[in-house]
Design a binder for this molecule. Structure first.
Ligand code: THU
Length: 160
Protein backbone atom coordinates (compact mmCIF):
# COMPACT_ATOMS: atom_id res chain seq x y z
CA UNK A 1 0.00 0.00 0.00
CA UNK A 2 1.16 3.53 -0.65
CA UNK A 3 -0.32 6.98 -0.43
CA UNK A 4 -0.33 9.60 -3.13
CA UNK A 5 -0.21 13.22 -2.06
CA UNK A 6 -1.82 15.86 -4.24
CA UNK A 7 -0.35 19.34 -3.91
CA UNK A 8 -1.94 22.58 -5.03
CA UNK A 9 -0.07 25.85 -5.08
CA UNK A 10 -2.16 28.98 -4.61
CA UNK A 11 -0.65 32.43 -4.89
CA UNK A 12 -2.24 34.73 -2.36
CA UNK A 13 -2.36 38.48 -2.96
CA UNK A 14 -3.39 40.47 0.09
CA UNK A 15 -5.28 42.93 -2.09
CA UNK A 16 -6.07 43.31 -5.76
CA UNK A 17 -3.64 46.24 -5.98
CA UNK A 18 -0.80 43.68 -5.78
CA UNK A 19 -1.96 41.97 -8.99
CA UNK A 20 -0.40 42.69 -12.38
CA UNK A 21 -2.38 45.38 -14.20
CA UNK A 22 -4.06 43.07 -16.75
CA UNK A 23 -5.34 40.84 -13.95
CA UNK A 24 -6.63 43.86 -12.02
CA UNK A 25 -8.56 44.88 -15.11
CA UNK A 26 -9.96 41.37 -15.50
CA UNK A 27 -11.09 41.24 -11.90
CA UNK A 28 -12.71 44.65 -12.35
CA UNK A 29 -14.79 43.24 -15.22
CA UNK A 30 -15.77 40.24 -13.08
CA UNK A 31 -17.00 42.63 -10.34
CA UNK A 32 -18.86 44.68 -12.95
CA UNK A 33 -20.47 41.55 -14.41
CA UNK A 34 -22.02 40.71 -11.02
CA UNK A 35 -24.59 43.43 -11.78
CA UNK A 36 -25.84 41.44 -14.80
CA UNK A 37 -26.53 38.29 -12.79
CA UNK A 38 -30.08 36.98 -12.92
CA UNK A 39 -30.32 35.32 -9.53
CA UNK A 40 -33.84 35.82 -8.16
CA UNK A 41 -33.83 32.40 -6.44
CA UNK A 42 -30.45 32.16 -4.70
CA UNK A 43 -29.87 35.93 -4.58
CA UNK A 44 -26.21 34.95 -4.93
CA UNK A 45 -24.77 36.94 -7.80
CA UNK A 46 -21.62 35.69 -9.48
CA UNK A 47 -19.46 37.55 -11.97
CA UNK A 48 -16.78 36.05 -14.19
CA UNK A 49 -14.43 37.59 -16.72
CA UNK A 50 -12.16 36.03 -19.31
CA UNK A 51 -8.96 37.26 -20.87
CA UNK A 52 -8.39 35.62 -24.24
CA UNK A 53 -5.08 35.26 -26.03
CA UNK A 54 -6.21 37.79 -28.66
CA UNK A 55 -6.64 40.38 -25.89
CA UNK A 56 -10.46 40.23 -25.82
CA UNK A 57 -12.19 40.51 -22.45
CA UNK A 58 -15.50 38.69 -21.99
CA UNK A 59 -17.78 39.02 -18.96
CA UNK A 60 -20.40 36.57 -17.74
CA UNK A 61 -22.81 36.20 -14.83
CA UNK A 62 -24.99 33.45 -13.41
CA UNK A 63 -28.37 33.03 -15.05
CA UNK A 64 -30.98 31.23 -12.95
CA UNK A 65 -34.26 29.58 -13.83
CA UNK A 66 -37.45 28.59 -12.01
CA UNK A 67 -36.53 25.04 -13.00
CA UNK A 68 -33.44 25.10 -10.78
CA UNK A 69 -31.21 22.60 -12.63
CA UNK A 70 -31.39 24.86 -15.68
CA UNK A 71 -29.34 27.54 -13.85
CA UNK A 72 -26.01 28.33 -15.51
CA UNK A 73 -22.99 29.50 -13.54
CA UNK A 74 -21.17 32.71 -14.45
CA UNK A 75 -18.00 30.87 -15.46
CA UNK A 76 -19.81 28.69 -17.99
CA UNK A 77 -21.78 31.65 -19.37
CA UNK A 78 -18.52 33.51 -20.06
CA UNK A 79 -16.70 30.45 -21.44
CA UNK A 80 -19.60 29.53 -23.72
CA UNK A 81 -19.73 33.09 -25.05
CA UNK A 82 -15.98 32.92 -25.75
CA UNK A 83 -16.31 29.50 -27.42
CA UNK A 84 -19.04 30.89 -29.69
CA UNK A 85 -17.34 34.18 -30.55
CA UNK A 86 -13.71 33.03 -30.70
CA UNK A 87 -13.73 29.21 -30.93
CA UNK A 88 -10.05 28.92 -31.76
CA UNK A 89 -8.66 31.43 -29.28
CA UNK A 90 -7.20 30.05 -26.03
CA UNK A 91 -8.17 31.46 -22.65
CA UNK A 92 -5.36 33.11 -20.71
CA UNK A 93 -7.18 33.74 -17.42
CA UNK A 94 -10.59 33.76 -15.75
CA UNK A 95 -11.53 35.95 -12.80
CA UNK A 96 -14.44 35.02 -10.52
CA UNK A 97 -16.22 36.94 -7.80
CA UNK A 98 -19.64 36.98 -6.13
CA UNK A 99 -22.01 39.06 -4.05
CA UNK A 100 -24.51 37.62 -1.61
CA UNK A 101 -27.63 39.36 -0.27
CA UNK A 102 -26.90 37.80 3.14
CA UNK A 103 -23.25 38.46 3.94
CA UNK A 104 -20.34 40.49 2.67
CA UNK A 105 -18.09 37.90 1.05
CA UNK A 106 -14.52 38.60 2.14
CA UNK A 107 -13.04 35.27 1.11
CA UNK A 108 -12.19 34.32 -2.48
CA UNK A 109 -14.98 32.56 -4.35
CA UNK A 110 -13.89 29.30 -5.89
CA UNK A 111 -15.68 27.77 -8.86
CA UNK A 112 -18.12 24.90 -8.33
CA UNK A 113 -17.26 21.34 -9.36
CA UNK A 114 -19.26 21.46 -12.59
CA UNK A 115 -17.45 24.64 -13.66
CA UNK A 116 -14.06 23.11 -12.77
CA UNK A 117 -14.85 20.15 -15.02
CA UNK A 118 -16.04 22.47 -17.79
CA UNK A 119 -12.98 24.74 -17.47
CA UNK A 120 -10.66 21.74 -17.42
CA UNK A 121 -11.94 20.65 -20.82
CA UNK A 122 -11.45 24.17 -22.20
CA UNK A 123 -7.78 23.87 -21.20
CA UNK A 124 -7.61 20.47 -22.91
CA UNK A 125 -9.34 21.75 -26.04
CA UNK A 126 -6.75 24.50 -26.50
CA UNK A 127 -3.93 22.41 -24.99
CA UNK A 128 -3.10 25.35 -22.79
CA UNK A 129 -3.65 25.95 -19.07
CA UNK A 130 -5.17 29.20 -17.86
CA UNK A 131 -5.05 31.08 -14.60
CA UNK A 132 -8.02 31.19 -12.23
CA UNK A 133 -8.24 34.43 -10.23
CA UNK A 134 -10.62 34.39 -7.28
CA UNK A 135 -11.86 37.12 -4.97
CA UNK A 136 -14.86 37.92 -2.76
CA UNK A 137 -16.47 41.36 -2.78
CA UNK A 138 -13.17 42.55 -1.34
CA UNK A 139 -10.21 41.01 0.47
CA UNK A 140 -7.45 38.68 -0.65
CA UNK A 141 -7.10 37.32 -4.16
CA UNK A 142 -6.19 33.70 -4.84
CA UNK A 143 -4.54 32.76 -8.12
CA UNK A 144 -3.81 29.29 -9.49
CA UNK A 145 -1.92 28.70 -12.72
CA UNK A 146 -4.23 26.03 -14.07
CA UNK A 147 -7.75 24.70 -13.60
CA UNK A 148 -6.07 21.34 -12.93
CA UNK A 149 -4.81 22.80 -9.64
CA UNK A 150 -8.46 22.97 -8.57
CA UNK A 151 -9.37 19.57 -10.01
CA UNK A 152 -6.84 16.89 -9.23
CA UNK A 153 -7.48 13.42 -10.71
CA UNK A 154 -9.81 15.01 -13.21
CA UNK A 155 -11.86 12.95 -15.62
CA UNK A 156 -11.09 13.68 -19.25
CA UNK A 157 -11.45 12.35 -22.78
CA UNK A 158 -8.48 9.99 -22.33
CA UNK A 159 -10.72 7.71 -20.25
CA UNK A 160 -13.29 7.31 -23.01
N1 THU B 1 -22.71 29.86 -9.09
C1 THU B 1 -21.89 30.33 -10.10
O1 THU B 1 -22.31 31.15 -10.94
N2 THU B 1 -20.61 29.89 -10.14
C2 THU B 1 -20.06 29.01 -9.25
O2 THU B 1 -18.94 28.57 -9.44
C3 THU B 1 -20.81 28.64 -8.06
C4 THU B 1 -22.27 28.91 -8.10
C5 THU B 1 -24.10 30.31 -9.06
C6 THU B 1 -25.09 29.23 -9.38
C7 THU B 1 -26.33 29.75 -8.70
O3 THU B 1 -26.99 30.66 -9.59
C8 THU B 1 -25.80 30.55 -7.52
O4 THU B 1 -24.42 30.78 -7.79
C9 THU B 1 -25.92 29.85 -6.18
O5 THU B 1 -25.38 28.59 -6.21
Amino acid sequence: MKKLTVKTEITVFESKKELPEDHQELLKLAHKSVKDAYAPYSKFKVGAALLLENGELIGGSNQENAAYPVCICAERVALSAAASLYPKVPVVAIAVTAKSHRIKIKQPISPCGTCRQFMSEVEDKHQQPFKVIMQGVSGPVYVVDSVKDLLPLSFDASFL
